[in-house]
Every structure is written in C-alpha cells, then in structure tokens.
Design a protein around this ligand. Structure first.
Ligand code: COA
Length: 410
C-alpha cells in the first residue's frame, strides 16, 4: 500500500495566528492580489467578503509567510448534513515556497479545526498533489454545463411567481435540506454561502420563487443576466440556484425559465447530471464538462463516521485500519457499526486482539470512500487500500450512494 501522506516535522518558531489588520494588511493584500491576479483594492475588498475573523496567518518571528481562510459550512453525506470547515485563499509568499511552509500552514489549520471539534474539511485545490500529502482526497465533482434556451419546451404553470425576499429564507432552506438528503456532496447552504449565491461579485442576482395558492414555496431559482457579443448581443443567463420541491415546483421553475427565452439565448449552470433539471428536458442537448473536483479530509474520524448517514436498510460492521501521520488521533484501528441509516465508530483498544478481517487505508483514501466517490475495490487498485475481497465489498456496500457532486465553488 502506498500512502501519499507526509508526516509533518515540528518547526519551532512558526505560529498560526488570527489576521490582524494593523500587522498583516499590507503583506496580505499583496499575497492575495498575486494569487488571484487582482488589483490591491480588490484584495482589500476580498478581506471584507471573506470576513477578517476567518483569516489565518502563518508567521515566523512576526514575519508574514502564508495565509488561508476558514469557512464554517455543512455538506450532505449519506443523507445527513455534516458540519465541515471549508478552506480557501491558501497562499504562501513566493520567497517561502517549496520549503514545507504551505504544508505547515495546512497542518496547523487542521489541528485548529480538530481542536474546535469539527469532523470534516473541504476545499477546491489548485494542486491536488499538495493537499493529498496532507490527507485530503478527491471526493466528488463540480460540473459546468451550457444549454440553449430554445431547447426548453413551452410549459405553463398555475403557480404564482414572485421575487424572493429575506422572509422566504426558511422555506428556501427547507427545500435545500430536503433535496440535499438525496444529493450527496451538495452543500447545506449556510450564512456563508447564501450571500455568495444571491449576491455574486457583490451585485444582487434575480431570485424568484414559485408559490401555490396556500402561499407555500414549491421551488425557487436565482440567476444573473449579461448581454453577450458571442450571442449577437442577446443575453446569457448564469443560473446560480435551481431547487424544486416537487413536480409542480419543477414545472413552475421551467415555465419561469422558458419565459426568458426571447432575450436569453443560453443558460450556463453548475447543476450536476443527477439534477431533475436535466432529466426533465425532452432531449439531451446540454454541453456538460467536469470543471473541477472537490477534496475532503476526515479531521476527526470517529465523529465523521458517526455524523454521516448510511443507506437505509443496510446493516453491517467493519474494521478500518487508518494511517494518518498528520493527525495522529485518527491513526489506528476503528470499529464501524451501521444500522438503520446511522453509524457509530469506536477506536479498538487492543488492535492485536482484533480480527484480521479489516480494510487498511490511508486518511485520504478513507475520505474518498466516505463521500462515496470511490469504492474500496478501486482504492485497492490505486494501492491506497488493502483487504480481503469480502472486506472491501463490505466497505463499498456501507458507503455506497449516488455519485457525489457539488454545484458550489468557493
Ligand atoms: C500551493 C502552495 C500553497 C504550496 O505551498 P509550499 O509552501 O510551496 O508547499 P510545500 O513546500 O509544503 O510543498 C509540499 C509538497 O506539496 C507538493 N507541492 C507544493 N506545491 C506544489 C505545486 N505548485 N504543484 C504541485 N505540487 C506541489 C510537492 O509534493 C511538495 O513537496 P516537494 O517540494 O518535496 O516536492 C504555494 O505554492 C502557493 O501559495 N501557491 C500559489 C497559490 C496557490 O496555488 N494556492 C492554493 C489555492 S487552492
């Protein structure tokens, strides 16, 4: 078995601390401007959008070396919403790169997240190899698709269409939660994500709901419009949110979209292939690509295994021998029990006395198995897991589900 994880050597003198505008602002704006190739003023605005309290800085003797942002989020796994810590805006000043500083930054961040009791972490990676060495692994896919509006069939709805207000937020959240239970990898929208979806780049998106006679929200969507030279100055729609609660809601949303087709010639969206949006269309006319894959990491193995859901009607037990040189509290043998859609995991006190019928895998391989992105058998082909054919099949069966996808990018 070949593990890509690297043990992180102790590096005295380095410290992870909260961002302080007085001390860090000047260097921080330069690093952010360089990483995201933006103007310094835009980098300052970025601090406001991210939230200064979420920014961390790694320094040595007061000298700024690297930074990252930590975002409180939640993601659906196996039908349950699991709190996770999103990581973004990771940057090491060029003069410190390829000397283990980025790894130290991420290891310190993982220790902070672990100490705060969070079970998972999630990120999109500019380089998978770097994060893989820290125990993150590809766990699902972010798609991007384009559809000509002329392929939307004409359809009528009896539902009332009206613009959404802040008061509609609980009803929107309810639909997101219900849909997320059957869409592994989707984010459980939180205070951090809603503004990003509904106010992209600081400007409000158009957000509409479809309501029945009783005033109940049956579906909602949000989009931005921009005229496009490539479309002969007709408009392109970026469909940012599309959530239907039921068949009538789906029909209502389609009617609302179709009503835009005189001016809007093309819709772009990150809705994944499993979305009802695509299966409702009479023909397959979208051009879809895998834009990126998201990575997750199990920060606290026991909690992560207990907090996700499992297939209803599936029961079983599994010994997981986890290799984790970065977060040693995860390292060792775990006993997972699954029953009635719920799981619990305890550390095995005396691994030598336990059965040899177990799956051995590194922390990253466990992340891929956990999300349902990879089967245990495929992880064995990748030389990231080992076990008897029966143990591997049992592991795959306990974590099986629809392919995980995530429409949001952060
Ligand atoms: C990516 C980045 C954070 C890595 O920081 P770093 O301090 O250079 O990383 P480390 O020295 O700890 O690297 C550890 C290992 O990760 C891998 N790695 C690091 N940078 C990599 C890169 N750009 N491409 C591929 N692998 C990389 C290597 O295996 C490296 O080990 P090696 O140097 O022995 O080969 C840093 O290069 C950076 O800030 N880049 C620009 C901004 C960016 O891409 N941020 C990430 C946004 S998600």
């Amino acid at each position: 078995m070949t593990s890509p994880l690297r043990a992180q050597p102790a590096r005295p003198g380095w410290q992870l601390c909260p961002y302080e505008a007085d001390r860090h602002a000047a260097q921080h704006r330069e690093v952010i401007a360089a990483i995201f190739s933006c103007e310094l003023e835009e980098a300052d605005r970025w601090v406001g959008v991210a939230g200064a309290e979420k920014i961390r800085v790694l320094e040595q003797d007061g000298e700024y070396a690297a930074t990252a942002v930590l975002m409180p989020m939640a993601q659906f796994h196996g039908g349950r919403s699991v709190r996770t810590r999103g990581v973004a805006g990771v940057g090491v000043r060029p003069e410190y790169r390829r000397d283990g500083v980025g790894s130290l930054l991420m290891a310190e961040i993982l220790r902070e997240v672990e100490a705060q009791g969070e079970a998972l972490s999630i990120l999109y990676a500019s380089t998978t190899k770097f994060y893989r060495g820290l125990g993150y692994e590809i766990a699902g896919t972010h798609y991007a698709a384009r559809l000509e509006t002329s392929y939307l069939p004409p359809v009528r709805t009896e539902l009332e269409i009206r613009a959404l207000t802040e008061d509609d937020r609980p009803a929107m959240q309810e639909i997101v939660r219900a849909n997320g239970r059957v869409m592994p990898g989707h984010m459980d929208r939180c205070d951090y994500l809603w503004p990003r979806l509904l106010r992209p780049r600081g400007k409000p998106a158009q957000a509409f709901g479809v309501f029945d006679d009783a005033g109940k929200l049956r579906g909602f969507l949000a989009f931005t419009l921009a005229s496009s030279e490539a479309l002969d100055d007709f408009q392109a729609m970026e469909l940012r949110v599309f959530e239907a609660a039921d068949a009538e809601g789906l029909r209502g949303l389609m009617a609302l979209l179709r009503s835009h087709h005189s001016m809007v010639r093309e819709i772009s969206t990150t809705l994944p292939p499993q979305s009802p949006f695509w299966s409702w269309l009479p023909e397959q006319r979208a051009r879809m690509k895998m834009r990126e894959q998201f990575l997750i990491r199990l920060v606290r193995v026991g909690d992560a295994l207990a907090q996700r859901g499992y297939p209803v009607g599936v029961s079983g037990e599994l010994l997981l021998e986890v290799e984790d040189p970065v977060l040693p509290d995860n390292h060792g043998l775990w006993h997972l029990r699954v029953r009635d859609g719920r799981g619990s995991a305890v550390r095995v006190a005396d691994p030598d006395q336990a059965s040899e019928d177990r799956v051995r895998l590194d922390a990253g391989a466990l992340a891929a198995l956990y999300s349902g992105h990879q089967s245990a058998e495929n992880l064995a082909i990748l030389d990231r897991a080992q076990g008897s054919p029966e143990a591997l099949a049992r592991a795959s069966g306990l974590f099986v589900g629809r392919a995980p996808t995530c429409p949001e990018m952060f």
